[in-house]
Design a protein around this ligand. Structure first.
Ligand code: NDP
Length: 423
């Protein structure tokens, strides 16, 4: 441990343009494949002889309804972000010392969305089952939208987004050309924050509600496993809105540009793959024992408690380093030449990303209600573990670039990357 050399190339990430191209093609393919596996392949990972390929391809075709519903959804979320009441919070300092302002109206947007969705459902205009019944068309529609939006982001970010690109077209399309594209350019509507926090995250909740509703209409009850998988994920999103300003100290907001990777991830990947467990459970109505259910609830509570406590410690410290109290004591920190301080107290003295441990425990708890007949419901924890291992390396790289030798000193003090004593 101690001083660790970072091998990541400074300009071209995720394999450079060729790696980016592969991801641009394969990420949408993975979303569609997971849907195929759950809906047309009996929940199996590998294609079965009985898989109904024709129905799968037909279901992927975007329709006027899927287009109208998604555009309506996106514009409604944008209108809520722009006009719903909320406090104005300053982000952490940018490289030039400026702090951007963000409108934190997530809770109001969420409530307004619930009202609209309930009204559409109970009047029969758009029933909750629409999402389930048009899932393939919605995947295609949101994917096409994400591509078009990313092309817009490339040009807009270059001009108005505080350009931080590499002058390599494809790499900038994938990673983003601008860091903080806003509409209008110096206004309050931050496109990256909006996409991270609204259309995909809230849609994820509604997708789960749709699957739960469909199970109810088909079987006349909602299974214990369905209740667990959906309520854990709803809790995760609600927790986000309860602590919304904490997003301003995350890597996505602080370090990433805004391009296809985040746009597709936020808009398509999150709602269309994270709710996979609930889709899988619609027709798999096994009876989970109360003991197993209690164990899974305990795992999720533990994961959420770790995740929230660790993130809150950093957030509280970043907001007011001098006065932050961690576990009842004045926070200890390391001064850096850059000016930002690095927290050494609490969980941040245990490892550099103990928050990831909480996330992984929760990811497992979301999949366990599906039991073990198929690997498909475990896609999320497996993918997420890989993402977090890679993310930790990328964050290490960003921080070493930002703090130089001070980061090495920090790593000497906090030796473990994620799991104290192990990794
Ligand atoms: P962190 O919240 O750990 O943020 C990393 C940033 O925090 C660093 O870039 C650095 O920025 C700052 N930092 C690092 N060490 C310290 C320290 N000792 N003291 C103060 N600041 C420090 O990582 P992420 O943004 O990756 O994750 C945020 C949360 O979101 C995690 O819980 C993660 O698991 C979760 N997540 C969930 C995803 C999902 O799809 N469900 C996807 C990705 C993340 P700086 O110094 O510039 O302030």
């Amino acid at each position: 441990m101690g001083k660790e050399q970072v091998k990541m190339p400074s300009l071209l990430e995720f394999g450079g343009p060729i790696g980016n191209l592969i991801l641009v093609i394969f990420l949408p393919v993975i979303v569609a494949y997971l849907y195929f596996a759950v809906a047309f392949n009996d929940g199996a990972l590998l294609p079965q002889a009985t898989a109904n390929m024709d129905a799968f391809w037909r279901s992927l075709q975007p329709t006027w309804q899927s287009t109208a519903v998604y555009l309506g959804w996106f514009l409604m979320q944008a209108a809520f972000q722009a006009w719903m009441p909320g406090s104005i919070v300053e982000g952490t300092a940018l490289e030039d010392g400026r702090r951007l302002q963000y409108k934190m109206n997530g809770p109001a947007s969420l409530i307004a969305t619930f009202v609209v969705v309930a009204a559409l459902h109970f009047t029969g205009v758009v029933k909750l089952s629409f999402i389930h019944d048009n899932f393939g068309a919605l995947i295609s529609t949101i994917t096409i939208f994400s591509f078009l939006f990313s092309i817009f982001l490339y040009f807009y970010g270059k001009k108005h987004g505080e350009y931080r690109g590499t002058n390599n077209f494809f790499h900038d399309f994938f990673m983003g050309s601008g860091h903080n594209p806003r509409i209008p350019p110096n206004g309050l509507f931050d496109l990256k924050f909006f996409c991270e926090a609204r259309p995909g995250l809230i849609l994820w909740m509604i997708v789960n509600a749709s699957f739960m509703y469909v199970q109810y209409t088909k079987h006349g009850f909602v299974s214990k496993s369905m209740v667990l998988a959906c309520s854990f994920q709803w809790l995760y999103v609600l927790d986000y809105y309860w602590n919304e300003p904490a997003v301003l100290t995350t890597m996505d907001i602080k370090h990433e540009n805004f391009g296809f990777m985040l746009a597709f991830g936020d808009l398509a990947w999150v709602p269309m793959t994270y709710a996979l467990q609930a889709y899988y459970l619609i027709d798999r109505v096994h009876n989970l024992s109360w003991l197993a259910a209690a164990g899974i609830v305990g795992l999720n509570v533990l994961g959420l408690a770790i995740f929230r406590a660790v993130n809150n410690q950093k957030n509280q410290f970043r907001r007011d380093p001098e006065n932050a109290k961690i576990w009842g004591k004045q926070a200890e920190y390391l001064e850096t030449q850059h000016g930002s301080k690095l927290l050494l107290s609490g969980f941040w003295g245990w490892s550099r990303h103990f928050n990831y441990v909480g996330d992984i425990l929760m990811a497992l708890a979301w999949s366990l209600p599906c039991l073990f007949d198929s690997a498909i419901p475990y896609f999320y924890p497996i993918y997420f573990a890989i993402l977090l291992l890679h993310r930790e390396r990328r964050d290490h790289y960003f921080c070493q670039k930002k703090y130089g030798q001070d980061w090495d000193r920090y790593c000497e003090k906090v030796r473990w990357r994620i799991i104290p004593g192990i990794y």
